[in-house]
Ligand binder design. Structure first.
Ligand code: NOJ
Length: 707
């Protein structure tokens, strides 16, 4: 449709119809509850006024899936609505729709933007085939505290990496350049703006309070970077920020998101967050809540329908808002037009079956799962030796298909490849025995066995939204299992499934080898089997530090320097009853044979404005595996006027290193990479020395000076 017609359409709309476009509801109001095809991702809100004509002015629907159902609702809606503006369908396909990929935190451990883009492309194809137009992903909230259940949805503790991976996913979902949505693409919704990952104490939905320096330099950075990819939507976050709930914050929405970060597309609230302004106790009633959110610039209200209930009174008191409402409705209409919905509002029900669980997507899911596993420890236990044929898999996850992780969308446990299935596919000659506990295993079997795989972890429901925990240690019954296995004197290794880093100090000495698999998704068993049987090597590297104990969280690599750096003295910044530093640091991850770095060279030692410097070195792969190695470059500013982090990651690259080969690598830095945001919010660099580190956070490979 020509844009002129869209403008005419807007002019024809009543105010009630315009507010309908700014309101989102769930599918059951139209066709009743269809349990298998509708997911509720938040608490109920009384759906006032959602009857009769109002129902047929709504702009969008959340949480409905399958082409048959989206088409049924759309058809009914278009028959009854006056102006026949098609509905948008929105969903949460956080790591896949039907084909489930590793959880985002796992994906981030690949460090590979190509993989994240591919995951998003495949997810978009499935979503679009099913009639969904907007995906509430990616989430780029910076996280430092693994007590927060939603770390599983994040890309970890570094702001640059989080921003870049978010960008890659937006590119993958939308499929077109510069914010264009291609035919089989969906609109990305970047979330949750802003700083939702910094809830005090790691408690979900909690208040956030931080300096502007902390915001602009760290917590705000991932959004700033990801917004460059032009997502069609941004979701505001539940939390308050320095006293003002973000949903009501003109400063956050208008000055920072629209102004500083120049986002000019559609802003949607989170589920019920407009109504929750009453719980924050900054609004006395629903009318005040709706008024605050509208004034802050929240274009679409998710689920709570207060805009619809109170718009007349609000506009009578604030006539100037009408202009903003018109602008928001116009954007929504233009987006519907861009998707071609006025011409064809329906999904192709035949195509859906071809697209879902397409073999190509499954292959990509396996590859992503392989790349996201992190080998945390290995005392020459893995891979399992080829001559070991009698293998016991034991533990709560031994034969489990519950390997999708939270936000599994339409993923079905029946489609999951379990570990024994994957092992059998990898090597038919294996004699596998699978038990939940060691007590279930007859003594004779144990006697015959060559190797034990202990499959442990945290159940998938224990991480995700609303699942913060004070205790993030491995369940005691599982610790007990590991000790029992140790006593058998058989060689063994642990594989662990989890949505968050767990605190393993109490058990790590009893674990000779540990492969951290996060939640790997539909292809879990195939991916893990290929790694532990040595058909490939793990290559993932951590993007979140592992605390030793629950109360060592929050913990992250780029802490600020303190006046009393952690050391053996009790007058130093540390916990006295815990070793210094994380159990496994950011960037940690082993391969089966150590990758070797050598020949570090630097093109110049003086940092000069306008000139780049190049670091060159060789990376050698002494193993029989072809693999991708992640190279991470950090800097350290020896003296600065405002306190800086001890180490700052500035560059990273994923490079392919063929078996037994050496590859030359170059990384370039400019003066800008050494600047920092000072206490007066100025990008600054002061004369002095900087150290440069590659992968190893302890030993610098070069230093440079800015004069
Ligand atoms: C609440 C969550 O915070 C958000 O991430 C999600 O997209 C919405 N619910 C919709 O399900």
């Amino acid at each position: 449709m020509e844009n002129r017609k869209i403008i005419e359409l807007l002019q024809e709309m009543t105010l009630a119809e315009k507010i309908g476009q700014l309101s989102q509801t769930t599918g059951e109001h139209y066709i009743g509850k269809v349990d298998s095809e509708m997911v509720e991702t938040g608490p109920d809100f009384p759906a006032h006024m959602l009857e009769g004509d109002t129902l047929y002015t709504m702009g969008s629907i959340i949480g409905v899936s399958s082409a048959g159902i989206t088409n049924r609702i759309q058809r009914q809606y278009l028959e009854r609505s006056r102006l026949k503006v098609p509905l948008l369908f929105m969903h949460d396909a956080i790591h896949g729709y039907k084909t489930i990929f590793p959880i985002p935190l796992g994906l981030s451990c690949t460090w590979d933007e190509r993989i994240l883009q591919q995951v998003a492309e495949d997810t978009a194809s499935e979503l679009r085939a099913t009639g969904i137009h907007v995906n509430f992903s990616p989430m780029v909230d910076l996280v430092r505290d693994s007590r927060w259940g939603r770390v599983m949805e994040s890309f970890g503790e570094d702001h640059l990496l989080s921003g870049n991976l978010g960008r890659a996913m937006i590119r993958g979902y939308q499929k077109g350049e510069h914010g264009v949505i291609a035919d089989s693409g969906v609109a990305a919704c970047l979330k949750h703006f802003a700083a939702y990952g910094a809830g005090i104490g790691g408690k979900d939905y909690n208040a956030v309070d931080m300096s502007w320096r902390e915001f602009y330099a760290y917590y705000g950075k991932p959004y700033e970077i990801a917004l460059q990819e032009k997502p069609k939507f941004v979701m505001s976050s539940f939390n308050s920020f320095s006293g003002i709930p973000v949903t009501a914050s003109e400063e956050m929405m208008k000055e920072i998101l629209r102004g500083t970060y120049q986002f000019d597309e559609i802003i949607i609230s989170d589920w019920g967050a407009v109504s929750e302004l009453q719980n924050h106790r900054i609004a006395a009633d629903g009318k005040e809540a709706a008024e605050l959110a509208l004034k802050a610039g929240i274009d679409i209200e998710m689920v709570s329908t207060l805009y619809l209930q109170h718009y007349e009174e609000i506009l009578a008191n604030n006539p100037a808002l009408l202009q903003e409402i018109d602008a928001a409705v116009l954007k929504i209409l233009q987006f519907k037009n861009e998707l071609g919905l006025f011409e064809n509002p329906y999904a192709d029900e035949d195509l859906e079956h071809e697209v879902l669980l397409n073999p190509r997507f499954l292959e990509n899911a396996k590859n992503a799962a392989k790349r996201s596993c992190v080998l945390l420890k290995n005392e020459q236990m893995l891979p399992i030796k080829q001559e070991y044929k009698n293998i016991i898999i034991v533990g709560p996850f031994a034969g489990s298909n519950q390997l999708l992780g939270n936000w599994k969308c339409k993923g079905s446990f029946d489609d999951v490849v379990t570990l024994p299935e994957g092992m059998k596919r990898a090597d038919e000659s294996l004699n596998l025995q699978v038990y939940e506990t060691l007590k279930d295993c007859p003594a004779s079997r144990l006697e015959q066995c060559d190797f034990i795989v202990v499959a442990i972890g945290e159940q998938w429901e224990l991480s995700g939204e609303g699942h913060s925990s004070v205790n993030i240690e491995l369940e005691s019954s599982q610790q007990q299992l590991i000790r029992e296995v140790k006593q058998t004197n058989k060689p063994y290794a642990c594989i662990c499934f989890s949505g968050r880093p767990l605190a393993l100090q109490n058990i790590i000495d009893d674990i000779p080898a540990l492969l951290w698999c996060w939640y790997p998704g539909t292809q879990a068993g195939n991916a893990i089997a290929e790694l532990i049987t040595g058909r490939g090597t793990p290559t993932g590297k951590l993007t979140m530090s592992f605390p030793r104990h629950s109360s060592q969280a929050p913990i992250y690599y780029n802490e600020y320097s303190t006046g009393r750096p952690a050391n053996e003295s009790s007058y130093s910044s540390r916990y006295q009853d815990c070793e210094i530093g994380p159990l496994f640091p950011f960037g940690h991850g082993l391969t089966y044979t150590d990758t070797q770095y050598s020949g570090f060279r630097i093109s110049r030692h003086d940092l000069t404005d306008g000139q780049e410097l190049t670091i060159s070195f060789e990376v050698s792969n002494p193993s029989k595996y072809d693999y991708d190695e992640t190279v991470i470059l950090y800097i350290e500013d020896l003296v600065s006027r405002a306190v800086r982090p001890i180490r700052e990651m500035k560059k990273y690259r994923v490079i392919s290193v063929p078996a037994y080969q050496t590859v030359s690598v170059q990384m370039t830095l400019s003066v800008d990479d050494f600047r920092y945001l000072d206490h007066q919010l100025q990008q600054t660099i002061e004369p002095g020395k900087f150290n440069i580190y590659i992968n190893d956070l302890q030993t610098p490979i070069a230093s440079v000076e800015y004069r």
